[in-house]
Design a protein around this ligand. Structure first.
Ligand code: FAD
Length: 411
């Protein structure tokens, strides 16, 4: 199998693969530590909603698909439904909830989990690692198909087939034909005489990058069903991701978009009150977040969101982009494996939060003194955990690369 080692500029971004790998190596230890804190390890979501698009029969019965939920008594008191529910009582003492709550506001790019909802469940993310579960077949492929075919502006096959020609030769990542094709796509953005605009490519890359990242976690923590051993599976990684340069590239792309969102929201995140009720721990989390966002802010420029939706005509495109992304977040309720649905929902929410930061607010509006309540706790938890997941994928890519090189030397 061909194995692509990416090198040079990342399509539709302003930086090189090597730069992203360096940034990730610098930030990864802080991100891993942050994800272990109480503030970031507990996530509340409606895990058992009905699939709104089709009757889903393919529930995964594997033990590996099960999610271990956490009793509310284990989480800080201020996040429990009874406490948050009481906060929604109006001053007059009547419940201030005259209408059914909306699933999202105009600014949101996805369905936002509501922490005060008594139907939600708390999950300790550390108890439920994203890894191989055995979920596959009709149910899984229907979800992916639906996401790509119905919700990706129907550009997926064209971009994938064009960029798959952008193969580097194994171990060098360079190919003249690949470079020419890459330039064709970058400069004219046209395929089959039909324009694929920057915004639509970005949309596709984010979804494909997330898909690749999920595949990488599956291959990195793979269950050998013969020996019962968990471990990295190089063949799985090559087949699913590394033999498709575009899929590999999109993981880097998704990473830099998430990082750019955190860097744009740096002031907001620096002044956010990370409240768990334990002052020492809260101070530690605040310090860690500040170090991380300031490091993200000092990174070389990686992605320029100002190029998107720049023309007055693109207003409608932005609404379509948002509507499609919200639809993807609702499709996540159709994933027939609880563990996969948990991480799918969390990561779509993390990407949605990044898009909201990048495209719903300008820099001035993100001022925490003027607008202190722009992001909910669940959005912040989703944003950082999604970055951590994609960051772990980049680290796994480097480990797989070494495994591949060793396997070649061994032959
Ligand atoms: P799939 O990964 O199902 O891909 C389907 C098709 O999409 C491929 O044939 C290819 O044409 C195309 N494709 C694949 N990758 C990309 C890409 N990166 N970009 C563009 N196109 C692509 N399984 C687990 O074991 N653990 C999990 O945690 C898990 N989480 C999941 C989360 C979600 C939201 C979904 C929908 C599925 C999840 N699965 C998980 C299942 C897993 O993603 C695969 O569907 C399953 O392993 C079967 O893989 P496959 O090789 O048939 O191809």
């Amino acid at each position: 199998q061909n194995y692509c080692i990416p090198s040079g500029m990342i399509n539709d971004a302003c930086c090189e693969f090597e730069t992203v790998e360096k940034i990730n190596n610098d930030l990864a230890p802080q991100l891993r530590e942050l994800s272990k804190t109480s503030f970031f390890k507990y996530y509340k979501l409606k895990l058992y909603k009905e699939c709104p698009f089709w009757k889903e029969y393919g529930m995964c019965m594997n033990q590996a698909c099960a999610v271990e939920t956490t009793d509310e008594t284990n989480v800080p008191e201020m996040w429990r439904s009874d406490v948050l529910g009481a906060l929604q009582t109006s001053q007059a003492g009547t419940f201030f909830q005259p209408f059914k709550k909306c699933e999202y506001t105009d600014q949101d790019f996805c369905v936002v989990e509501d922490e005060s909802d008594s139907e939600g469940v708390f999950v300790n993310l550390l108890d439920n690692p994203e890894r191989f579960t055995g979920y596959a077949g009709m149910s899984a492929s229907r979800v992916w198909k639906s996401i790509y075919e119905e919700n990706c502006f129907n550009i997926a096959p064209r971009i994938d087939s064009i960029n798959n020609n952008n193969f580097g030769s194994p171990l060098t990542g360079k190919s003249q034909l690949g470079n020419i094709l890459q330039n064709v796509v970058r400069r004219s953005d046209t395929t089959d005489n039909e324009e694929v605009c920057f915004e639509k490519r970005v949309y596709y890359r984010l979804i494909s990058g997330l898909h690749s990242s999920i595949s990488i976690h599956i291959c990195d923590e793979y269950l050998n069903q013969t020996t019962g051993q968990w471990g990295p599976n190089l063949e799985c990684f090559i087949t699913r991701v590394a033999s498709h340069p575009e899929r590999l590239q999109n993981v880097y792309f998704t990473y830099i978009v998430l990082l750019r969102a955190i860097s744009k929201a740096a002031d907001y995140l620096n002044s956010y009150e990370f409240c768990t009720g334990d002052k020492n721990q809260d101070f530690r989390v605040k310090t860690m977040v500040s170090e991380l966002v300031n490091a993200a802010r000092s990174c070389p420029e990686t992605f320029d969101e100002k190029q998107m939706f720049a023309s007055p005509e693109s207003r409608l495109l932005k609404e379509e982009f948002k509507a499609r992304f919200r639809n993807v977040s609702r499709i996540m309720d159709c994933v027939g494996c609880d563990k996969c649905r948990l991480w799918g929902k969390l990561q779509i929410s993390g990407l949605g939060t990044a898009l909201k930061v990048l495209f719903s607010y300008d820099d001035e509006y993100l001022n925490p003194k003027v607008n202190p309540n722009l992001l909910t706790r669940t959005e912040i938890v989703a944003l950082f955990n999604t970055l951590n997941r994609v960051s772990e994928s980049l680290s796994a890519i480097e480990r797989f690369r070494h495994m591949y090189q060793e396997s070649i030397l061994g032959n």
